[in-house]
Design a protein around this ligand. Sequence first.
Ligand code: ADP
Ligand code: MG
Length: 688
Amino acid sequence: MRVLLEEIFGRARGEGRAYLMEHESKAVLESLGISTTGGVLARSEEEAVDAAKSIGGPVVLKVMSPQVVHKSDAGGVALDLPGPGEVRGAYREMMEAFAEKEIAGVAVQEMARPGTEAIVGVARDPTFGPILMFGLGGIFVEILQDVSLRSIPITEADADEMIRGIKGRSLLEGYRGRSADIPALKRLLLRISDLVVEHPEIAEMDLNPVFLYPDGYTVVDARIILGDVPEEAEAAPAKVQDLRELFYPKSIAVIGASGTRGKLGWNVFSNLISHDFKGELYPINPKAESILGVKAYPRISAVNKPIDVAVILVQASMTPEVVRECCDCGVKYVIVESAGFAEMGEEGRKIEEEMKAITDSRGVRLLGPNCSGIINTHCSMVQSIGIVDALSKGNIGLISQAGVCAAGMLWGLRHIMDFGIVATIGNKLDINETDMLEAVSQDENVEVVCMYLESVKGGRRFIDAAKRITREKPIIALKSGRTEAGKRAVASHTASMAGDDLVYSAVFSQAGVIRARDYEHMFNLARAVSKQPFPEKEGVFIITYAGSLGVISADAVIDEGMRLAELEEHLKERLLDLLPEYVGGTNPVDYTFSMDAETVKRTIEIGVESEDVGSFIVILQAEILGSYVEPLGKVDYRGKPITVCVAGKEFAMDEVIRMENAGIPVYQTPEQCADAISVMYRHRRSSR
Ligand code: ADP
Ligand code: MG
């Protein structure tokens, strides 16, 4: 098989072609055991008639030309030719129509019986490499863009999800006499994935259409486009580094620390002091004797003591020299917080290269530049450029590409969520998002990881790492730049479909990463995920004081693909005893405005006992929210999560904060509650 492939690829290359014609592409597929409608290449009318005879039944003629990529558009496909007369006619017409073109011949192939049309394709993504696509043909792909993507290689589970992931899946599972052979389709996807892994020179591929049948499938048209063998994606580090001493340094030098309030060098150093960092601090500033009461040194080489981390705040042009000096002094990690590098243009990019060459040659890892350092509440360390107020120790790891963003968010969020490590990665010159993800997720205090990303440098390694991590610690990612910046000019249909944002969504789900829509969504999810257990069951139990909010919650639960829990009879009876006479319905339970904390507590306790209840949505009045904090905090939920909805919560922030600190996330709308619960339920199910 390899030989055949190499021969076909070699011939195309020899003729200066990157494009394999249909008959060549199908020969490649056939050699892998993929069934196609085949095609005998005829170079004369007689050969065409003979080929048709030996195929038997109606045939199809297609022009095979290196210059004709879209055959039917050009009039190069003649379908359903019943006998020799029609074959001759079609052959002559084609010869006339393509007289000006270079023609390899006319392919004669069997006319496939009708089936459900699908498309299977491959495209190459600049970040993640080869991407596999699956969708239904016709309007599904053209107009509805109903396709699913995965980064290659795929697993069997990926193939399954690709098939189940399209909106038109019911056509495959059986609808009005249509159905598809799902196991055969899965094998097809896996084979294409294997083919591309073994032959990285395959840049793009379209199998369009593939006819799907209740028993098997046949590939009706195929085109393969060859490209350069991509360079090995960034070499993975020999072993996963835990960056332990970056997160828990015993000593920090701050180069460019300043005693002048308002300067960034003051902000960083005063953050370290005010949060009471317990390790050694060495402010480096040639013009100061001491800074904020700590003895200062003119340069790092004057310290003469072991230094784990150096935070650099000097202007960009000076950084390479400073970095070199840090390396000379045995510094283990360099954090460049200064800006003015690649983000500013060519000159800055050159300075980056210079720095990287220095740290690489010394085996020193570099964070940034253009970042805001690390915060680790568990060792009272804040290296942030923006002033950060008191933080409590928490279990959320936050990895942020943008430093300012992270600091700004923390200011407000610190009241309602607790972070462990906040790592800003800036331009990712050395330590990138994947390194950081691996390291942060290894920290014993971190149970959930949030990521704010503008790009991914780790490529496929990111997917593999995230997939491994998310089985134990959920990852919630926000990727900005979702709007697509222009379609690339590409030869295959697949490549035109596999836009940036679709690819990110696909790799996130492939890796089990929860994708957030926006900042608010990321932190809304993080609050639930970091404070509450994951629901084990689909059934949701809703308790409300306002009928309307109960109904809205019920709708939201259903919209999210969850359902209302059905209490067992004996529990319903217990519940009816609690309910006022004029109220019916046991889910949502509507206590009207007479609802109080004790009743809600007892209602939840009934729900906890039900086999069908997996989670709770409790809708509370802002005016008396405070009265619920203690009773709800005391319930034994037996591993079932609760979210609270308070309409107008912004006017009851003190109580909201108390509730959040009691471990119960409070949302503004029922939809946000239902969203959090359902995201967690789906995550639990998929990471099993
Ligand atoms: P194009 O280069 O235009 O994509 P195709 O080979 O896909 O050409 O042919 C166009 C259409 O003709 C297909 O989408 C399919 O519906 C039909 N067709 C092509 N070959 C066959 C065949 N062997 N049996 C049945 N239908 C076919
Ligand atoms: Mg086609």
